[in-house]
Each structure stands twice: as structure tokens, then as C-alpha cells.
Design a protein around this ligand. Sequence first.
Ligand code: URA
Length: 262
Amino acid sequence: MSLTRDQMLNEMGLSPQWKLREQPAVARAAKKSPMVASIAPPDRTPVVKTLAVEAIASSAASGAEREEQIAQFGWDQLRQSIAACRACGLCAERKQAVPGVGDENADWLFIGEGPGTDEEVQGEPFVGPAGKLLDAMLAAIDLKRGDDVYIANAVKCRPPDNRPPEAAEMAACAPFLKRQIALIQPRLIVLLGRAAAHALLGEEGLLASLRGKPFTYRAGERDIPVVVTYHPAYLLRTLPDKSKAWEDLCRARALMRVAKAD
Ligand code: URA
């Protein structure tokens, strides 16, 4: 059964607080500006014929070599490489890796922590209870999973007992996330929770100290605006902070308008 947006917000206990009061000023149709389109290479998934995916999965390559190799991968090679990765201990119990899901040319990139049990079974990020809340958060700003939205995680394999990923595990997975960002070329990145902020920005502070700060992520020649907000799983446990997450989403929406106008 598919729910309407209002039904979904009600289900999540978010209505009416999460209702969008204004409509986005910039039409969805004007998604990528002509300037961006003219800069972007026509094919965003270069084929690297000389590299074997197995080389990435083995520990033979040094950290820098591995990163350089991954930086040249197209989507298929990236997915294969993630599926076969043995760069950290999370591969030991892996049933399947969860690379990410959505529109590979999305303006919006949401990054969480790492897959949980449901995500590992389904091979898709944010499909459990936190995912339902994330979908409601997206709906509240007129977004939908897969439609101009890509969802990824700091680590692609489930940490045991659903613990937060360790710094070394996020570092091992970082080249994959970096390559995803380079391929997607999002206009805006939303980091969901502390682990994502640590993985992408190197920020180790408390989430409350990171919210509202004007971060950017350097991708090639571009600085992509980054919004840090609470992880949906935390919001499910801490209802009063939902209003702060809503403020963050409104800020993200405003930044997106600016990014589209540039
Ligand atoms: N939490 C995350 O951070 N990511 C998921 O994919 C699911 C739950």
C-alpha cells in the first residue's frame, strides 16, 4: 500500500510540524543550470579498462594507490569493488554490501552512517524504521527517494550489532564515498548524524555543535555546500529534536535554491 505524503507524515507523528509551507521557487525542470551542464562531461561513468576490480579488493595496493584506482571507477566498477572489498574487518560478516541507492545524477545527496540488518538483507540504505522517518523527512521538503535524491552511507558494510562504524572503517570506505560524490556531482550534501560528519568533514564534535555551521565539501573544482543534521534513528528516540532537524532541512532547501540559481 502506498501512502500519501500527509498519511506518511501522520504515521511518523510528524504532522503538522513537518509540512512544507512554501513551494520551491525554482522549478524542478530547471534542475541543472546550462553552465553546470556545459562543464560536466557528457559521460559521467568513464570506463577504466586497464584496472582489475580484484586489485582493489586485495590489500596489495597501498592506501594511496587504492584511492587513485577507485577515483577512476565508473558506477559498475565501483559497485563491484564495494561488493568485493576487504579493506577493513567489516567484510568478515558481510552478507552483502550496501553501496547506495537513487538517482545517480541527483542534486541531493544524503549520507548516513552504515547499513543495519534490514539494509543488509535488502541491499538498500535506510529501509528500516529510520529509513521510514528519512522518507518522511524527504517528503516534508517535497523530495522522494530515487527522484533527484541519492542516499549513501559512510560505510557500505553493516557494523556488527549495528554499532557505529569506527574511524578506521570509515577511512577504509572513504574512497568509495568520495568516488560516489564525484560521479553524482550533487549540488548539496546532507549528513545524517555524527558518523557521517566525521567521515566526510573530519569533524568529531557533538552533532549539536555541528548543526547550522556552513560547511562545504571540496569535490574537484567545486565546493559543495554541506548541511549536518541529526540521524533519523536518533530522532526516533529523541522527539524534541525533530524541530531542529526540520530547521536544518529548511536551511538545506534554501541552500539548494541558491545553488540552483548560481
Ligand atoms: N542507518 C544508517 O545510517 N544507514 C542506513 O542505511 C540505515 C540506518
